[in-house]
Design a protein around this ligand. Structure first.
Ligand SMILES: [Zn+2]
Length: 195
């Protein structure tokens, strides 16, 4: 079994039902229910800001939303990536691979590669999840109300492929006061190459 699949994930009942018997789950700590959204129009597009791997802004681009069936996502994602980004599961705190990633670079969506966060905005929140005080571009993430866990939270999703990334809270540090609380499995880190 791959190390990554042994890592704990917090599942909702819907997520568990969707993945069936998933022997890699160590813990079922809580539940998460995310409201279904209406289906996308066939040719839905979204404006994304593209960045190169050094974090340099390339420019805005109108792109077709990335759409795949559940089976197609399963085929291209690891199990932790699938259950987090497609079933809105949450990693057990301190279990994610990117929590202690401190190199310069950018974090891209694990599902579609959209640039999401710069390592310059990563900070130690003490929560056990990778935390950022800003997104690279507001266009690249979208927020949605999430009433699960008995409280209102702002779910954060990738604007291009709708991957569930985590939640954003308003108790973050300066200069924004925001805390993007992310799942490692939803992100791919691209370290900045030495010049
Ligand atoms: Zn994405």
């Amino acid at each position: 079994m791959k190390e990554a699949t042994r890592r704990g994930l917090i599942f909702g009942a819907a997520a568990l039902a969707a993945v069936g018997v998933f022997a890699g789950v160590d813990h079922v700590a809580s539940s998460t229910f995310v409201k279904d959204e209406p289906p996308l129009a066939p040719d839905a597009t979204v404006e994304i800001v593209e960045f190169d791997d050094t974090g340099r802004r390339i420019g805005k681009k109108q792109l077709h939303k990335v759409r795949k069936t559940e089976t197609e996502w399963r085929n291209v994602l690891t199990t932790p990536q699938f259950v987090v980004t497609r079933k809105a599961a949450t990693e057990i705190p301190y279990s994610g691979e990117l929590l202690n990633e401190h190199r310069a670079g950018i974090f891209r969506c694990a599902d579609c590669g959209t640039a999401l966060f710069d390592a310059k905005t990563k900070f130690e929140s003490g929560t056990g999840w990778p935390s950022f005080w800003a997104a690279l571009a507001d266009e690249n993430v979208r927020e949605k109300e999430d009433f699960s866990m008995g409280m209102l939270r702002r779910e954060v999703k990738c604007a291009l492929c709708d991957a569930h990334l985590g939640h954003v809270f308003t108790d973050g540090p300066d200069p924004t006061g925001l805390r993007y609380c992310m799942n490692s499995a939803a992100l791919t880190f691209v370290p900045q190459r030495a010049a």
